[in-house]
Design a binder for this molecule. Structure first.
Ligand code: PLP
Ligand code: COI
Length: 357
């Protein structure tokens, strides 16, 4: 893929950038440039370019605005103490986007092109990568949208893939403290044959009202159950889940209708290295309630790129509540092992890190 570059003449000045990077928040500020490549059946992927960051001009009849044919990814670039910048398992994000693309009837962007696009943007906007202090990073958002101007319902014949980036601090305000969860019994996220395993905007649109219900009930995040029986734990709106038992064994809900989290799959390997076996299986909400009450479940945590690994506290539902698990010890140990690899403070024994600058 040949990438042309048009540099911005209105980049953010150093003083303003320092101010932003001191307190970046999440998803608020965007870097000086963006990456774009287009696809049509005749030309395939073409016209790859880095241009100044700015608004898109879209016809009101652009397909994505009506039928939500879109997929996206979430990943981060980390700055090490020596100043170098690295991404974490970018090929895994590329492969997941290819799987999401299949589900959304999109053409696939080759893994190498995805990684090259992310590298090109991070390289041109390198000064936007915060230092690693306070676990800051550059959050990267690749996405693919249906850009044909057409109101018929069929796969778009014009597709646009873009990458934007945004410096990020902690996803949850107030640092690492247990998140409280609301169990929604009314709303589900994904059914068999649906889009649950794809990273597509519709799944997040459908989660919003459940998240509102969680907030109204004083909880931080919402937990979804399976659609068929309303009995098995799936995931949170933007994170996968883990349960740690008294005997040291760990369970995480099996894939199928959940997002195949890259943090989730990395944790399986880290936990194994720490001598803890992880079983991927169906995990019922009753097992959760009973395990907390009996003390068999000692830790629960959630994980994702944006939120990293975060301990889970109390679970509430309409008419009941169970308290927080007793410990966060293994959660914090796994978390430390993961971020140490990401920031280059520990040996990258799995070959996860990709050098960008
Ligand atoms: N589940 C959902 C619904 C998500 O949006 C995310 C975030 O990307 C995850 C799980 C965690 O996935 P990953 O670890 O790849 O970020
Ligand atoms: C991520 O963790 O990257 C996510 O996509 C979660 C959320 C910001 C949508």
């Amino acid at each position: 893929m040949q990438i042309s570059t048009t540099l911005s003449t209105e980049t953010v000045d150093d003083a303003r950038l320092a101010e932003i990077l001191a307190n970046p928040g999440f998803g608020i500020h965007f870097t000086d440039h963006m990456f774009t490549v287009e696809w049509t059946p005749e030309k395939g992927w073409h016209d790859a370019r880095i241009t100044p960051y700015g608004p898109l001009s879209l016809d009101p009849a652009t397909a994505v605005l009506h039928y939500a044919q879109e997929t996206f990814e979430g990943m981060k670039a980390y700055r090490r103490e020596d100043g170098s910048v690295w991404t974490f398992r970018p090929e895994a994000n590329a492969a997941r986007m290819a799987r999401s693309s299949q589900r959304l009837a999109f053409p696939e962007l080759p893994v190498d092109d995805f990684v090259a696009a992310v590298d090109a943007l991070v390289q041109v906007d390198e000064r936007w990568v915060p230092d690693g202090e306070g676990e800051k990073s550059l959050y990267i958002r690749p996405f693919m949208i249906a850009t044909e101007t057409f109101l018929g319902v069929r796969p778009s014949q014009h597709v646009t893939f873009m990458v934007i980036a945004s410096p990020a601090g902690a996803y949850f305000k107030g640092g690492i403290k247990p998140v409280s969860l609301w169990l929604t019994e009314e709303y589900t996220r994904a059914g068999r044959g649906g889009m649950g395993a794809a990273k597509t905007g519709g799944n997040y649109a459908s989660s919003l009202v459940a998240q509102q219900e969680a907030t109204a009930n004083g909880c931080d995040q919402v937990v979804f159950l399976d659609v068929a029986e309303g009995k098995y734990v799936e995931e949170l709106g933007g994170m996968n889940m883990y349960f740690v038992f008294k005997d040291g064994s760990i369970v995480t809900p099996a894939t199928g209708t959940i997002l195949e989290g890259i943090t989730r799959s990395s944790i399986i390997q880290i936990a194994d290295g720490l001598g803890h076996q992880v079983t991927e299986r169906r995990f019922s909400i009753d097992e959760w309630r009973d395990g907390i009450t009996s003390g068999d479940i000692v830790e629960i945590f959630a994980c994702g790129t944006a939120a990293v690994i975060t301990p889970v506290g109390a679970l509430k539902w309409d008419g009941g509540e169970v308290g927080a698990p007793a410990s966060q010890e293994l959660t914090m140990r796994i978390r430390q092992a993961l971020v140490d690899v990401q920031y280059g403070r520990a040996e990258d024994s799995f070959g996860w890190m990709h050098h960008v600058v």
